[in-house]
Every structure is written in C-alpha cells, then in structure tokens.
Write a protein that binds this ligand. Sequence first.
Ligand code: IPE
Ligand code: IPE
Ligand code: MG
Length: 240
Amino acid sequence: MLPRHVAIIMDGNGRWAQQHGLARTLGHAQGAESVRTVVRQARRRGLGWLTLFAFSSQNWGRPSDEVHDLMDLLVDFLRQEREELIGNGIRLTAIGEREFLPARVREALTETEAATAHCVDMRLVLALSYDGRRDMVRAVQRLTDLASKGQLLPADVSEHQVMRALSTGEMPDVDLLVRTSGELRLSGFLPLEACYAELHFADKSWPEFCAEDLDEALSVYTARRRRFGLTDAQVTAASA
Ligand code: IPE
Ligand code: IPE
Ligand code: MG
C-alpha cells in the first residue's frame, strides 16, 4: 500500500555543492529543482500528503548570507510554482514559526496558500523555521490557555487533543520518513507525528534525489511490514 503521508528531510545541499566546487547556495538552488521533481512525482503516484523539511529553527544559526539566499529561493519557489500547483490540484501550506520568516517570505507564502486553498488532490506542507520541540511547547501553551479559561479540564486532556494542538494537528501521522545524504538522525523533524513512521535513509544528497529515488523509497515502504506493537500472526489475520 502507498503511504498516506511521506515526510522528507532534504539534506546534503551544501556537501553536494562542495563536491562540485560550487558555493553552498548553488547547492540549495539545485535542491529546489529536486523539490519540483519530487513534488511532481508524488502527485503522479497519488500521494495524499508530502511534508518537506525546508528550514529548521536551528538553521537560523547559519551564516547570514546563506540564510538570506535560502529565503530568496523560497520566495522564488513559492511564486514560480503557484500555477503548476494549482494546475495539479496541490494545496500548499506551511508549519513552523512563520512569524520569524522575513516579510517577503511570509507574503509569498500567504499568497500561495490562498491561491491553492481550493486544491484537493494532494497536500504539500513546507516545514519552515520548524522544530518539533518548539512546536510541542506551542501546543502546550494552547492547551494551558484553554485550561486557564476553564475550557479544558486536566482529566480531559487526551492524546487526540495533544496531537490536534500541534501545528500538524490536521495532518495524518507520517507513514514514511525519508532523509537524504546518509545522515541517520531526525534533527527535530516531526518527533510525535513520525513516532511510528517507517524510516528510509538514502545515501544520495538532496540535489541528486530524483523521481526514481522517490519510487524506490515508496517500494521499500510497501515491502515493510508494519506491526504497531502486534504479533506477526495478528497482522496476518487482520489483513486476511
Ligand atoms: C539541506 O542541506 C538544506 C537545509 C538544511 C536548509 P544542507 O545545507 O544541510 O547541506 P549539508 O548537510 O551542509 O551538506
Ligand atoms: C535538517 O538538516 C534541516 C533541514 C533539512 C531543513 P540540517 O543539515 O540542518 O541537520 P543537522 O544539523 O545536520 O542535524
Ligand atoms: Mg545538512
């Protein structure tokens, strides 16, 4: 079965650039091309949700030139892809601390979100200035705010409510989490949402990642057996 929700940590732009004797920014530009390719392929394959880790809260600590160039690339992407997203029925939204993004990114984001709000064939989510723990803190703030107004009793706090309070509240759990460039870590990406996800680590850097690599990740996923804590025999019986 196809995963309903695929999340990708798009890593390795800088090293790819370095290996080709290029500035890191050119690695990010090439990475933006991979985003285009992978989004197209995801749509072709009929994925429901694709979440891309584009910029972490920790990435603000990079050299200001690099951050600036990344923000410019984001604006370009959001503007240039708008028509194609609409044409393919893809609704774009974002998670993360958007108030930290420069005004030009926030504007482009709001415009693309509004322009694609009616699209229902696929959801594309960009994680921008995102960190899972920070998102969790915000969720706790939302819930304690309700509690302080008397609208939520401690005994009524449920797993469902906690998950709904995250910025990913309306999204299904991650089924397949992919990270490129051979790094074996999550770097703060969707810790609660991906807590039962299948993990796939690709050695290729993100700028090299192509449609066939997404297909490969999907077929690896399809061949996995998800047990969710049950025994093999139980899973077999349930799927019979
Ligand atoms: C991923 O590539 C893009 C972002 C984190 C914004 P990197 O820029 O992390 O590339 P490496 O890991 O340094 O090669
Ligand atoms: C994670 O990549 C963030 C994104 C892909 C946007 P990093 O390159 O920032 O992660 P670390 O620092 O290697 O863990
Ligand atoms: Mg990296």
